[in-house]
Ligand binder design. Structure first.
Ligand SMILES: [Zn+2]
Length: 245
């Protein structure tokens, strides 16, 4: 099916669907003006500044051992930019307001989905807005973390604040994982946005989906695309504008 026909078919399916699950990938961050830190270009740039890969710096062992270096990286590269959600988020919100969405799942940690007003998002890797003192449990917002001079410290007990994101080497929240898989299993339509079928989240969440309406929308082609039932290669924002209007 050519792309236009494919988009029209997806628009029809979306109009009919009542239990849509949306998976939001890193492409949504890029359409909002952010970077994929794990792209080879970014990895190269980060290695040249920090002499470590983003994987190494986001690792729990590095966080424990070199907290100063961790936060130097985290504050600049992870929470340094104040992005605004791309239009795609507001189109998802429209679907949510129409009561068509069963679940929204992401491993993006930037909180763009919150900023756009999406509700009940299953955040498999946490969120940069949810920071907590591990000692007294006091919570801190993103601005507090950004404003900290060096390592962000709890203003009550001076313990270093733990960012609310999953670090490499830590396991995902079991309850969230189950919720995500169950939602996908019972979906009548799955929209995978700004990602690909090779992505860990997509593989994991859609592994038990038995339906035939797995839609992938991404500007980038990938050799695993054939595992989606419908594929459109375009900016997610452009596709959703057409699908949701
Ligand atoms: Zn504290």
């Amino acid at each position: 099916m050519e792309q236009r026909g494919m988009l029209e078919r997806i628009k029809e399916m979306t109009a009919e669907a009542k239990n849509i699950v949306v998976l939001i990938g890193v492409g949504a961050v890029i359409e909002s003006g952010g970077e994929n830190l794990w792209s080879s270009r970014e990895c190269y740039r980060l290695e040249s500044i920090y002499h470590k890969s983003p994987d190494e710096m986001m690792e729990v062992g590095f966080y424990s051992a070199r907290r100063d270096k961790f936060f130097e990286f985290y504050k600049k590269e992870i929470i340094g930019k104040d992005l605004e959600p791309a239009s795609l988020y507001y189109d998802i919100k429209k679907m949510q307001q129409q009561g068509k969405i069963k679940a929204i799942i992401t491993q993006n940690i930037d909180g763009l989905h919150n900023k756009a007003g999406l509700e009940g998002v299953i955040e498999l890797h946490g969120n940069v807005n949810d920071n907590r003192c591990p000692h007294c449990q006091k919570t801190f917002d993103l601005q507090y973390m950004r404003n900290a001079k060096a390592v962000p410290l709890c203003d009550d007990c001076h313990t270093s604040i733990r960012p609310g994101v999953l670090l490499f080497g830590e396991s995902m929240d079991n309850q969230k994982m189950t919720e995500a898989v169950n939602a996908c299993e019972g979906a009548d339509l799955i929209l995978c946005l700004g990602t690909n079928m090779y992505d860990g989240m997509v593989k994991f969440c859609t592994g038990t989906y038995k339906g035939e309406k797995l839609v992938l929308i991404s500007p980038e082609e990938h050799y695993m695309d054939k595992y989606a039932d419908y594929v459109v290669h375009t900016k997610v924002g452009e596709a959703l504008k057409f699908i949701v209007e």
